[in-house]
Design a protein around this ligand. Sequence first.
Ligand SMILES: Cc1cc2nc3c(=O)[nH]c(=O)nc-3n(C[C@H](O)[C@H](O)[C@H](O)COP(=O)(O)OP(=O)(O)OC[C@H]3O[C@@H](n4cnc5c(N)ncnc54)[C@H](O)[C@@H]3O)c2cc1C
Length: 493
Amino acid sequence: MYDVAVIGAGIIGTFITRELSKFDLKTIMIDKETDIANGTTKANSAIVHAGYDAKPNTLKGKLNAKGNAMYGDICEELDVHFKRIGSFVIATNEEEMESVKALYERGCKNNIPDMKILSQEEVREMEPNLNEDIIGALYAPTAGIVSPWELAVALAENAADNGAKIQLETEVISIDKNEDGYVIHTNNGEIKAKYIFNCAGVYADKINEMVGSKTFTIHPRRGQYNILDKSVGEIVNHVIFQAPTKLGKGVLVAPTVHGNLLIGPDAEDIDDKENTATTSERIEFIREKSRKTTNKVPFNTTITSFAGLRAVPSTGDFIIEESKEAKGFINVAGIESPGLSAAPAIAEYAVDILKGIIGELKEKEGFNPRRRPVIRFMELSDEEKAEIIKKDPRYGRIICRCENITEGEIVDAIHRNAGGRTVDGIKRRVRPGMGRCQGGFCGPRVMEILARELKMDIKDVVKDSKASYILTEETKQNNQKVVEENIEADKVS
Ligand SMILES: Cc1cc2nc3c(=O)[nH]c(=O)nc-3n(C[C@H](O)[C@H](O)[C@H](O)COP(=O)(O)OP(=O)(O)OC[C@H]3O[C@@H](n4cnc5c(N)ncnc54)[C@H](O)[C@@H]3O)c2cc1C
């Protein structure tokens, strides 16, 4: 029997599990997918918002700025890239300037530090590639960029290092309540737990219904993006938002933490909670919209597009509370934007609810907040490179030529706690396949390494989801069979 089961291994589930691992609790985190962060957490704008946008009296308003302030220390402890590069909200006319000023006022109510309204000249000086008709902007220096899936993986690894259990490919199908707590029925056996955190993203309403509650619904709102090559990653230095107007929120243009350029998203209400397809019309729409910010983006340097689903709650705010119908069942639902930014504060807030139910928790002796540092070969000096290759020659073999990722880094990403088991899982952890060729060169080599290290048949290595097989049969063996059959046929004739 576990003390706590966390359903969902996105940024919210992983932050909560890591927070729980600080205490003497037997904790399990489960997810239906083959990897950590395979839901909305892998497909969003990756911005750690400053916190001026959310209404002050909402949970979003209370938790965004608090979460933002926690990011520096957490990313340092977990060795995850995070850059506090600041954000602009640009205005191209007086009406937009009014909404920029309204955001500034709201930011003051939310206690956002060091904000400033920039003049046209200041905008030009700080961002020379923006269009000349921009007349001013709100500047918030505390905004940042992060790699959300790297952070979620690091949180899961650190939670596992501190004793939490992680069980993937485990889909919750139904939940029964009994006098000891809950029995969670999954495709992978039963899990018993005294308390549950429901962090199931777009499916949080369905999980809530499993304990007999229908207090909210979640509907998916899709957003699509373009990622452009690193050669154009420095077109802007800050996250550039457009001022919200009656026609909508506009799109952002931002560098990513790894130096690419990101453009998007749009917002499209859809019915299917699995539909993360991109469409040429919507991609053209976001490109067109981005031209209002800068017309210097060469779209022929696009390397890929993707879409994510916002978990839009019927209540209009984050839902973080114990269910009234099911004691000890805590919903952490409707975590749409700024959920990534607020996540560290959401985790503390949610665990405080548990403390309110069972009393103060005993801190775990020997909790280690730090994860073993990741060796990023290309970030090392020549001396350090030579040293590491001497110790382990696999760091001398480049597997991904676009991102310069070595075999040593891939092997390490497989064997850590919460390690990668799929081609995309390795791509998200150490980046082979994230570059221009999108895995065309390194994909087969990553598969070979996965098969070798996990002692599995290479045909069983999947791209991402459970059934996304890449290889079906060995052609040479088949050819041999055909040759033998032909020889037999010749003999007969
Ligand atoms: C287009 C877009 C842009 C965004 N941009 C930003 C941004 O810039 N900054 C920001 O702060 N926020 C942003 N967000 C919001 C942010 O991405 C989310 O708040 C965050 O990722 C939500 O994380 P989560 O853990 O709640 O959900 P998810 O990451 O979706 O995790 C839920 C998990 O539950 C699992 N699950 C579901 N059902 C079951 C089941 N039955 N059994 C087992 N497991 C199950 C899923 O597999 C999934 O892994 C954006 C969102 C979108 C869509």
